[in-house]
Structure formats: structure tokens, C-alpha cells
Design a protein around this ligand. Structure first.
Ligand code: FAD
Length: 467
């Protein structure tokens, strides 16, 4: 069978790229080896983790925070199997939604493992190893095979005692003591879920600083808030021997002062990053190879060195974020169709779905300092925002960084409730090269959290109205 485009992998990079290509009139097939469509994001990543985040937040709120509203609740309990069932139902609903979108857009799902098998006169050959193995051909191929959890050498992940993201999204009961290795996005999000549900959570991080990718002011605030909530976070540690048994794990580590320590826990989550998934793709069959970190090298338009072959999402450079992969999938489809798409990688928002959330777009203050760029900074606390107070969410702030001379916004950093939604305004502003004054002059609804964005922009000119 011959196609205009074959996409290998049905995660956000792959399935969204496939839909855009079909919208543009291409005959498209997607090769997916899993039983369900949607990739890491939908099956064991963004969507199930956010479902558990919400359940655990509701539980914590009902157990501890409703009394400030004058509401008395007694006998609160948590049904973990029901919580997991809800999460699974959301995943299944959304995965079936992608199957529906494939049918609607006449996209063929080739079930099996896809790998390159050379070229012929028509185009690029892709062998699909599934229940029925076949070789298909396409003028263009997008590799969107995503990433897998990085494991610690010599430590077996059984997803019962030692877990990666897959196991950590499916604990059938709340561990009494939960260890987490890695204080990155996934470790913090999943650690927070199980802490809210009652686990004593200890996070061990090898790096000497907390959330190094965030603006320093945000990481400082986050550390204060998260440790205040009860997360035990130790950074600058060196992990030693890890012993496991049917009952739990014992982790020997050296703390930042060089002292030998041990951590006993019932369950251990290993969240030390993700590695691009290029296993058995037979890249050499089409003259491709991975770089020293395992990524498929591409240019700013996701083109590989080989004509007609593209790669998007977690399998290429840049942040491992679902929306970055989606935008790359769309860009490649439009490129193949002869359009002139473009992604401004500086305007891709980052989000950490902790409570409160952390979100940012553009440069951090420490990056601007390192670049020697002259800038102005404005900050506004949610404690001075009426809507945040009404919602009992006074923690955090919005910080806006702008070029000293042109006042163009260079970065926006938010820690606070609904930061994931608020950051979209900043991304739009930055895409349109707005100045801080532009945001300061735009009418924002009152009372709303978004007013903090306006106030932080006004704070650059020392004219915030409510501070
Ligand atoms: P993936 O989603 O990894 O999909 C790749 C697909 O390719 C898989 O279905 C795989 O089975 C298939 N595949 C691989 N090799 C082959 C082959 N040879 N043949 C056929 N099929 C193949 N990002 C966010 O932006 N927001 C979040 O809130 C967020 N939360 C996360 C929470 C967790 C716990 C995790 C683990 C990740 C999270 N991420 C989040 C990251 C996000 O999931 C990834 O960035 C995103 O899924 C990458 O998309 P992708 O299309 O590149 O690949």
C-alpha cells in the first residue's frame, strides 16, 4: 500500500501531525504498536497524571481546606480503586476519541511496530511488524516514537515496588512511605499526588539546586511552598546502593553535607528523566543515525538529513512537552503540503502541575543575566489579587521580564493557581512581540487571576495599581 505520509507513533506529535496532513488532503497512515492510540501523553503521562492530580486535590481540599469557607465535612475517605477507575475511563474515552478522529479524517491505523526498510522508486519503505506483517511505502515519513522513562542502571523497575511513571499512576493503595528519586516535573507531580492522599513523601535529587530550569524567584517560592506542604526534598544527594524486597526499598545515599543516609520506603518512584525511543527503527536503512544522546538530529523545521523524512516530539531536541510535539507535527504536515509554517521555540510555554502550578514562557532572569541582556522586572503577588483570595489561593506571584530599552516581553513566570491557563496570555503576547506596556494597557476582567499578569506588567513601570 502506498501513502503520501506515514507517521510512526500515535502520541501528540504523531496523531496531531497525521490529522493536520489529512486535513490538507494527504493519504495518511499511522503505525502504532500499542493497543491504544495517544502515546505516553494520553496513556501514561499528561492525561492520567492530571486526573490523579485533580482527585488528590479534591481530597485534600475536602479534608483540610473547606473549614475556612465555613463548611464542616466529617468522615472523608478515599476510594483508591474508584479514583483509578475514573482515571482509566478518561484515558479510554480520549483514546477512543482519537480512533474516531482517525476514521473521520480517513487515517489508517497500521497496528504493529514500524521500522524503516529502505527506499524504492515510489518512496520510503516502512515495515510493520504486527499480527499481520506488511511493508508499506510513502513519499514522506514522520518519526514520532516519543520517549521512555530513564531507569537507574542495575535497578529493576517492576512497577510494584520500584516504579516509573506507569507504576506510579496505578498504586492500588496509598503507600505509607514513598521515596522519589528525581525532583523534576514528573517526580514533583506524582510525589504531590501521593502526599495529598496521605503518603509521607521524600524526594532525593542529585542536582545541587531545586528546579534549575525555572526562574530563581519561582524555584525559591516553590521550595518554600512544597516543603511547607510536607514534601521532604533533599537535593545535592548521591544515590548509593538500593536494596529491594517484597515489602519495599532501602536507599543508601550521601546527603549534600557528605553524610551517609538511608531512606526506607514502601514504594519508590524513579523519575530521573526520559530517553528518546529509537529502538529497532532501523534508521540505518535510510541513512539516518541518532546523536550521542540518542535523539534523531533535525533542523528547526524537524527535517532530518534525509529528504522526505522528519522527526517530531520527544524523539528530537527541545523540551519533552506534548504541546511542543503537537506543534511540530502540524508544522511538518504544513511543510509537506508546501506551506511556510514556523515555530518560535522561545514562545513554548512550560508547565509543572503542582499545587500551586508553575508555568513560564521565554527567558528566566538568570538567563538574561548570563546573556548580559539589559532588562526590567515587575512582580505581583496573588496575595493582593481579590479573586485569588476568594478562591483561598493567595500563594505565588506573576513575574514579567522585559527588555530595558524596547520593553518587549522576554519572559513571564507564574507560580500560582491556574498558572497553566494564565501562561497562554503570556505566550500570545510574546508571539506578537508585545511590550509590557501593551499588557498593562489591555483591559482584563475583574475579579480574575489574569489581573495579576496586568499588574506585574505595570509593576515594571512602578505603577501597579493594587500594590
Ligand atoms: P509519545 O507520546 O511518547 O508517543 C510515542 C508513541 O510511539 C507511543 O504510542 C509508542 O507506543 C509509539 N511507538 C514507539 N516506537 C514505535 C514503533 N517503532 N512503531 C510503532 N509505534 C511506536 N507533557 C506536557 O506537555 N504536559 C504534561 O502535563 C505532561 N505530563 C507528563 C506526565 C508524565 C507522567 C509523563 C511521563 C510525561 C508527561 N508529559 C507532559 C510529557 C509528554 O507525555 C510527552 O512530551 C509527549 O507524550 C511526547 O509526545 P510524542 O508524540 O513525542 O511521543
Amino acid at each position: 500500500m502506498s501513502y503520501d505520509l506515514i507517521v510512526i507513533g500515535s502520541g501528540p506529535g504523531g496523531y496531531v501531525g497525521a490529522i493536520r496532513a489529512a486535513q490538507l488532503g494527504m493519504k495518511v497512515a499511522v503505525v502504532e504498536k500499542d493497543k491504544t492510540l495517544g502515546g505516553t501523553c494520553l496513556n501514561v503521562g499528561c492525561i492520567p497524571s492530571k486526573a490523579l492530580l485533580s482527585s488528590s486535590e479534591e481530597y485534600e481540599k475536602t479534608s483540610h481546606h473547606l473549614s475556612t469557607h465555613g463548611i464542616t465535612v466529617k468522615g472523608v475517605s478515599m476510594d483508591i480503586p474508584k479514583m483509578l477507575k475514573r482515571k482509566d475511563a478518561i484515558v479510554s474515552k480520549m483514546s477512543k476519541g482519537i480512533e474516531f478522529l482517525f476514521r473521520k479524517n480517513k487515517i489508517t491505523w497500521l497496528k504493529g511496530h514500524g521500522k524503516f526498510a529502505g527506499r524504492n522508486d515510489v518512496g520510503i519503505l516502512v515495515a510493520v511488524d504486527g499480527d499481520e506483517s506488511e511493508t508499506v511505502v510513502a513519499k514522506n515519513v514522520i518519526v514520532a516514537t516519543g520517549s521512555n522513562a530513564r531507569h537507574l542502571p542495575g535497578l529493576k523497575v517492576d512497577n510494584k515496588i520500584v516504579c516509573d511513571n506507569e507504576g506510579a499512576l496505578a498504586f492500588e493503595s496509598v503507600p505509607q512511605k514513598l521515596g522519589v528519586i528525581g525532583a523534576g516535573v514528573i517526580g514533583l507531580e506524582l510525589g504531590s499526588v501521593w502526599r495529598r492522599l496521605g503518603a509521607e513523601v521524600t524526594i532525593l535529587e542529585a542536582l545541587p539546586t531545586f528546579l534549575g530550569a525555572c526562574d530563581d524567584a519561582v524555584s525559591k517560592e516553590a521550595f518554600k511552598l512544597f516543603t511547607g506542604q510536607g514534601l521532604h526534598i533533599h537535593f545535592g544527594v548521591k544515590i548509593g546502593e538500593i536494596k529491594t524486597s517484597a515489602k519495599g526499598a532501602k536507599i543508601a545515599y550521601t546527603d549534600s553535607d557528605g553524610k551517609a543516609q538511608t531512606l526506607d520506603c514502601d514504594r519508590l518512584i524513579v523519575s530521573i528523566g526520559r530517553v528518546p525511543n529509537t529502538q529497532n527503527l532501523q534508521l540505518d536503512q535510510v541513512g539516518l543515525a541518532v546523536d550521542e544522546r540518542g535523539f534523531i538530529p533535525v533542523d528547526g523545521y524537524c527535517r532530518t538529513s534525509q529528504p522526505g523524512i522528519y522527526a517530531v516530539g520527544d524523539v528530537v531536541r527541545g523540551p519533552m512537552l506534548a504541546h511542543k510535539g503537537e506543534d511540530e507535527g502540524v508544522m511538518v504536515a504544513e511543510l509537506i503540503a508546501g506551506q511556510h509554517p514556523h515555530i518560535d521555540y522561545d514562545c513554548i510555554p512550560w508547565v509543572i502541575y503542582t499545587s500551586p502550578e508553575i508555568a513560564w514562557v521565554g527567558r528566566t532572569e538568570q538567563q538574561l543575566v548570563a546573556e548580559g541582556r539589559k532588562y526590567k522586572s515587575g512582580q505581583f503577588p496573588f496575595a493582593a489579587n481579590g479573586r485569588a483570595l476568594g478562591m483561598d489561593s493567595p500563594d505565588g506571584f506573576v513575574k514579567v521580564l522585559a527588555d530595558e530599552e524596547t520593553e518587549q516581553i522576554l519572559g513571564v513566570h507564574i507560580i500560582g493557581m491556574a498558572a497553566s491557563d494564565m501562561i497562554a496570555e503570556a505566550a500570545v503576547a510574546m508571539e506578537f512581540k508585545a511590550s509590557a506596556e501593551d499588557i498593562g494597557r489591555i483591559c482584563h476582567p475583574h475579579p480574575s487571576l489574569s489581573e495579576a499578569m496586568r499588574e506585574a506588567s505595570l509593576a515594571i513601570y512602578k505603577r501597579a495599581l493594587n500594590m
